[in-house]
Design a protein. Sequence first.
Length: 500
Amino acid sequence: MEFISNLSLGFSVAFALQNIFFCFIGVLGGTLVGVLPGVGPLATIAILLPVTFSMAPDSALIMLAGIYYGAQYGGSTTAILLNLPGEASSAITTLDGYQMARRGRAGAALATAALASFLAGTIATVIVALFATPLTKVAMAFRPPSYFSMMVLGLIASVVLAHGSVLKAIAMVMLGLLLGIIGTDMYTGTTRLDMGMLELAEGVNFVALAIGLFGIAEILRNLESPENRDVLTDKVNGLWLSLKDLKRIVMPSLRGTAIGSALGILPGGGAMLSSYAAYIIEKKVSRNRGEMGNGAIEGVAAPEAANNAGSQTAFIPMLTLGLPSNAVMALMIGAMIIQGIQPGPDIIIKQPNMFWGLIVSMWIGNLMLIVLNLPLIGLWVRFLTVPYPVLVVAVMAFSAVGIYSASGTLFSMYELGFFSLLGYVFMRLGCEPAPLVLGFILGPMMEEQLRRSMLMSRGDPTVFLTEPISLCFLIAAAAALLLITAPAIARRREEAFSEE
């Protein structure tokens, strides 16, 4: 009965006129940035953070969430039509989707991606609604040591699942932790690591850091290596699937949904890892596995279902525990903090309208996406012809104006420039900025829980081992560290994530 009343509250919030509008703007914008290679939801959400300052919390999060899962839809369009994934999570879709397009079945591939994503999004939304409240009740029993150990596990898991060098990922996490504690100490009131700059007394500007590391840095990299933007000139036809095709995509879509729903919850997992795992498993269990890689429709359905399910279940740890499972969720937590909302298990009690409104809006957004995507395929293809210099100027101008209007200080422009150059250097060095953002967001929270734990135990560090929940998290973190240090597993990890 309580679940039904919660859903009723969510529907009343999600169906409010302004929230319907912002949900539509979010999924439409998400589809667009998914279609355009080199933009992506991470950079877009970072750039739009200043816009959310004047919005209601529920409207802001509904729009940002729509951008995230909407981009998973849009990324498949260029993956299928151009062999150029708009999103990293859609890279695996190119293997069979582009082959289907070359055989004249681009419409069927696009329809498969849309239907599989809608099915996965609907099921994942139900999973979020069903398990969010029980997880919240479990989280309410957590004490400071458990929170600290959980965040340690989250950071270590992000290192395990990050791309490239483990050492670089650890270095990025440590740098994020250091940047996160710049500013005024919450207990003593003294400033630290501010290098004598009064502007850093309140800490590093999160919006400038996020836009610089992801948005502007990505633009700089793309300017250095221009993308091939030639589009298909043939009209895309055959968007309706035959009964045979529908039968072939049902089980792969369900398997992809199950895999994505499970992996989306993991820190560092999310859409990309889900899509790769779903494809690999489908290649093993599919009745038509011999066709995989040569235009099998199952090779489109499974990863597209997985990446959409993973993008939605990633909201579970963010909403219930205040723990971001990936960089986009870290930005979502940043948006909540900007709104004056402290992420954590009590958010369902203090902000029930926002909590349930966001969950119900996911189903509405997925319905909007399937209605939008199939009729507008021709429009998305035309967007691929936008001159990149025009896009660059628009994004950079919008970013600068947004940050300056939010902070009102010239120093924020210096921060934007610094983190833009730093992000570009990181990309050239093969360092992922996502672990840095996770460290930046979790650093102050970890420090607070650590100090509370020490005060609670009168300085006894064994409190992290004597509390059962904390001990379980630390054991899991130690197991994750073993995965990093084991040579055989490390070699397989590098091979699995190596870029061709």
